[in-house]
Design a protein around this ligand. Structure first.
Ligand SMILES: Nc1ncnc2c1ncn2[C@@H]1O[C@H](COP(=O)(O)OP(=O)(O)OP(=O)(O)O)[C@@H](O)[C@H]1O
Ligand SMILES: CC(=O)N[C@H]1[C@@H]2OC[C@@H](O2)[C@@H](O)[C@@H]1O[C@H](C)C(=O)O
Length: 386
């Protein structure tokens, strides 16, 4: 049994998710016990700085250095806090904070794609030094270097923690950005038949809309209560679903670079002629989120899943969950908590597993999800000073 801390702050930038886990096994025998899970909010000023950079604000190298320091210090503090009541962990898997993601771009038929690029701040070597715990970080770049998207990375972990012998399943993360792992029944060459991609907006547009509509007083639509009092404008949903990203075949990844401030401002402009109430506008964005998820299953999966399991903060948005259930009709929509895996801390758990695999020289990417030509070791190991 290996005790590991997984750390991630995702594209919602709502705080650092920390998971303290005991891990054993390697793949089909992989077992993870969650000993403690906690979200540590960023200091407001740091969150605002991160969101500004994610929205495209130019910063100097000195500002970049200070931002990387501040994020690494916050991650190290989260690691120290999560293990106070437990035996010390021997390893940290830290995703860091994504501040920029450029997927590989098609350059035309018969031409190779351009290379992708991704940047996560909160350098692992500083976390290792501050905590005295060997830290694995920078998980995405090895997949990108061989031509992959470097995302989504959780599908390989989902495969070994959430696959089923008879049932085809979709594991749908609803974070700032939504991403799916399609897991066929665990038989024959099931791993090669797995699929995964970023479905599009998760909570990012909803959070931005709530902040806009409340002048910053609120950060998200708690339990989806506000949107539930409105009615979606189907004409706008159909118009927005025509956009390129939703028709791009996987492998594909995205971020706030697309589904961020500028996208929301365009949605607000598009909605102008319809004179929607704030609740109607939120309901319409929620419908876009749900419809983009279901549209991607109907368009890109070899078959529809028998069940869908939600995770991520958006799985607490009961109106979004109800809209997904309505669009998926007879396919049950549950959460990963109902099959024993914390929906709140699944991503942090995933990066603990990815760090565990890195130390065992086990590849962490799923080429059918990231588009990489082959498996590759993910993450850089930063030993703590003895
Ligand atoms: N009770 C709730 N009701 C509605 N939405 C919620 C609730 N709790 C959390 N959320 C949403 O979940 C978001 C945070 O989710 P999560 O931590 O999974 O995102 P993330 O990991 O940063 O994103 P990503 O997976 O894209 O990296 C919040 O910004 C909010 O929009
Ligand atoms: C570049 C980056 O941080 N991408 C995130 C983002 O947030 C959700 C989705 O887009 C996913 O592809 C990915 O994170 C999860 C943890 C992943 O790699 O599976």
């Amino acid at each position: 049994m290996t005790r590991i801390i997984g750390l991630i702050s995702g594209t919602s930038v709502d705080g650092i998710d920390a998971a303290l886990v005991d891990i054993s096994g390697t793949d089909l025998d992989l077992k993870v016990e969650l000993l403690a899970g906690q979200t540590y909010p960023y200091p407001a000023e740091l969150r605002d700085s991160i969101l500004a950079v994610c929205a495209g604000k130019a910063i100097s190298m000195a500002e970049l250095a200070a931002l990387d320091d501040a994020i690494a210090f916050s991650f190290a503090q989260a690691a120290q806090n999560i293990q106070t009541a437990h035996q010390p962990a021997i390893l940290i898997g830290s995703h860091g904070q994504t501040v920029y993601h450029r997927p590989p771009q098609s350059q035309g038929i018969g031409k190779p794609q351009s290379l992708g690029y991704t940047l996560q701040l909160g350098r692992g070597e500083l976390i290792a030094s501050l905590t005295g715990i060997t830290t694995v970080s920078n998980f995405r770049v090895a997949d990108i270097a061989i031509g992959g998207h470097g995302a989504p990375l959780v599908p390989r972990v989902d495969a070994f923690l959430l696959s089923h012998p008879e049932e085809a399943r979709c594991i749908q993360n609803l974070g700032g950005i939504g991403n799916v792992a399609y897991i066929p029944p665990r038989r024959d060459n099931w791993l090669e038949k797995m699929r995964g991609w970023d479905t599009g907006p998760g909570n990012s547009l909803l959070d931005l809309a709530v902040e806009h509509l409340t002048n910053g007083a609120k950060k998200y639509d708690e339990d989806g209560k506000w949107a539930a009092t409105g009615s979606p404008c189907q004409s706008l949903v159909e118009q927005w679903l025509q956009q390129d990203y939703f028709h791009l075949p996987p492998p594909k990844s995205t971020g706030r670079e697309l589904f961020g401030v500028d996208y929301l401002n365009q949605c607000l402009k598009d909605a102008g002629p319809y004179q929607l109430s704030p609740a109607d506008f939120l309901a319409t964005l929620t419908e876009l989120t749900a419809a983009s998820v279901v549209h991607s299953y109907q368009t890109f999966l070899p078959q529809m899943p028998q069940r869908v399991f939600l995770c991520g903060g958006g799985s607490r948005n009961l109106y979004l969950k109800e809209r997904l259930q309505s669009l998926l009709k007879t396919i049950p929509v549950l959460t990963t908590d109902e099959v024993g895996l914390s929906g709140d801390f699944k991503e942090a758990i995933a990066f603990a597993v990815l760090a565990y695999w890195r130390q065992l020289d086990i590849p962490g990417n799923l080429p059918s999800a990231t588009g990489a030509p082959h498996e590759v070791l993910l993450g850089e190991i930063h030993p703590a000073e003895k």
